[in-house]
Write a protein that binds this ligand. Structure first.
Ligand SMILES: NC(=O)c1ccc[n+]([C@@H]2O[C@H](COP(=O)([O-])OP(=O)(O)OC[C@H]3O[C@@H](n4cnc5c(N)ncnc54)[C@H](O)[C@@H]3O)[C@@H](O)[C@H]2O)c1
Length: 252
């Protein structure tokens, strides 16, 4: 089974909730030792407890992905504890607001970009430095968004940050294609997580969103985790630089 991760070390950011938690659990089930990183340490520790209850191997670390020394320490934690770093899911993100572009403050714009885009850059930078040092195949998956592939009224900073993640992913894939480090992105559509709870729980908003959704339902975090596992595993050994839609056909 090429989509196993036995003997591999995986790192997931924003792993205390939603898609990050689901991906951490699935990677551990697939045999990886998982570094569960989040700015919320208690949430990361809860993910570790879930993994350990299912006989998996995981350790929690607190890291804000927008702070470079915390990101460097997060990667160092993976290497100190498990000896190397084979794959990473750069997933931590903050949600969109709903305001016309001219009403965003510079601070609000910068906050969104510093986590969703600069955070992915910092994580990739420190992960790749380690992956190059240790040599051998490695894989990085970044969490973009279906919204990063087009425009979305009211969400300009979020959409710009996610489009940037797709650009970072494709460029890094070219930088690293010759050294065995694959870099891909997933582009989830509407996924039922704590981030989207307001929409999922609002009957009128949910009906409006699902009216545009060909599959007529929200996705589940586990469905994104399956794509992440595949992109991290040897099953996708000839795939790099892709931005994989996991959106129930929404963007079509
Ligand atoms: N839910 C959706 O419909 C949807 C759709 C497309 C893309 N996404 C993206 O998927 C990713 C995960 O979203 P989710 O829905 O699972 O969200 P979530 O809110 O359930 O989880 C996000 C996690 O990220 C952590 N986090 C936030 N800022 C951080 C920081 N600076 N450093 C480290 N950790 C931080 C939070 O503590 C939380 O545990 C995000 O990047 C989001 O933009 C979500």
């Amino acid at each position: 089974m090429k989509h196993r991760l036995d003997g591999r070390v995986a790192l997931v950011t924003g792993a205390g909730s939603g898609m990050g938690r689901a991906a951490s659990q699935l990677m551990a089930q697939a045999g990886a030792s998982v570094v569960v990183a989040d700015k919320d340490l208690a949430a990361a520790q809860q993910t570790v407890a879930l993994i350990e209850a299912a006989s998996g191997v995981a350790g929690a670390v607190q890291a804000d992905v927008s702070v470079e020394n915390e990101v460097a320490a997060m990667v160092a934690y993976a290497v100190d504890r498990y000896g190397r770093l084979d794959c990473a899911f750069n997933n931590a993100g903050v949600p969109a607001s709903d305001k016309s572009i001219e009403t965003y403050s510079l601070n609000a714009f910068n906050r969104t970009v510093s986590v969703n885009l600069t955070g992915v850059f910092l994580c990739m930078k420190h992960q790749i430095l380690q992956m190059r040092r240790q040599g051998g195949p490695a894989a990085i998956v970044n969490n973009a968004s279906a919204w990063g592939t087009g425009g979305w009224a009211g969400a300009a900073p979020y959409v710009a940050s996610k489009a940037g993640v797709i650009g970072l992913t494709k460029s890094a894939a070219l930088d690293l294609a010759g050294v065995g480090i694959r870099v891909n992105a997933v582009c989830p559509g509407l996924i039922a997580t704590p981030m989207s709870k307001g929409l999922v729980d609002d009957p009128a908003g949910a009906a409006m969103a699902l009216g545009k959704q060909p599959m007529g339902r929200f996705g589940q975090p586990e469905e994104v985790a399956e794509a992440v596992l595949w992109l991290c595993s040897d099953a996708s050994s000839f795939v790099t630089g892709t931005a994989m839609m996991v959106d129930g056909g929404w963007v079509i």
